[in-house]
Design a protein around this ligand. Structure first.
Ligand SMILES: *[C@@H]1O[C@H](CO)[C@@H](O)[C@H](O)[C@H]1NC(C)=O
Ligand SMILES: *[C@@H]1O[C@H](CO)[C@@H](O)[C@H](O)[C@H]1NC(C)=O
Length: 198
């Protein structure tokens, strides 16, 4: 005996298609709102394209939350500084370098290490932002992220001064510059978060 007539079955299928489609349409709208939020927020940074590219893969967790956006930007920056530090440390050990390059590399590794500490402290403070004095905590975060940026610039200046050439120069230009740009963007987002409060 037939429980469902074929007509009923068609109606059921049609409805489930409509529901699935509208669910997917909703999902798409959320995703579009999330990526639009990142694009708009990034437009006020100095390197908007890098900002967007580094954050868009976290769009689902950031949603349209300015705090999460800023926190993610800091976390992404810290991860990049760490990997750059590791790369430079291994390069310093494995490569034949000119004495000047060795000195610049050593300074830079130390500066990046300081910058990792400063970013860690700011991320730690971010987690206390809601429960402690907002202005004071924000001011500490701004100070540390600015210090991290200064350390990174000092590192790349060091390589400029010795007129680094070849792949040492390429590494500095690509990696350190990217790290500094990410940090500069994170600082811009932090400043925005600071002014959007209250
Ligand atoms: C950033 O990293 C901190 C420390 O690992 C973590 O507690 C926090 O949840 C991360 N924030 C985001 C938005 O992923
Ligand atoms: C680097 O290049 C500049 C300009 O060519 C030159 O004036 C300077 O002396 C060079 N520095 C070193 C450390 O070689």
């Amino acid at each position: 005996m037939e429980v469902f007539s074929s007509k009923t079955l068609l109606i059921v299928i049609a409805f489930s298609l409509i529901i699935t489609n509208s669910y997917q349409a909703n999902e798409r709208q959320y995703q579009q709102a999330n990526t639009l939020f990142i694009r708009t927020s990034c437009s006020s940074t100095t390197y908007p394209r890098l900002c967007y590219a580094s954050l868009v893969k976290h769009a689902n967790s950031i949603q349209t939350n300015r705090f999460l956006l800023t926190d993610t930007a800091l976390n992404v920056t810290l991860a990049t500084v760490k990997s750059t530090w590791a790369m430079m440390s291994s390069l310093a050990k494995t490569r034949e370098l000119k004495p000047r390059e060795t000195a610049a590399m050593k300074d830079c590794i130390e500066l990046l290490s300081d910058s990792i500490d400063e970013l860690r402290k700011s991320i730690n403070e971010m987690s206390r932002l809601r429960t402690s004095n907002f202005e004071l905590t924000m001011s500490d975060i701004q100070t540390w992220v600015s210090a991290a940026l200064t350390d990174q610039s000092t590192c790349s200046d060091g390589f400029e001064e010795i007129n680094a050439t070849g792949d040492i120069k390429t590494i500095v230009q690509v990696k350190i510059v990217q790290v500094a740009q990410l940090t500069s963007n994170a600082l811009a987002l932090i400043n925005k978060l600071a002014t959007s409060h209250g």
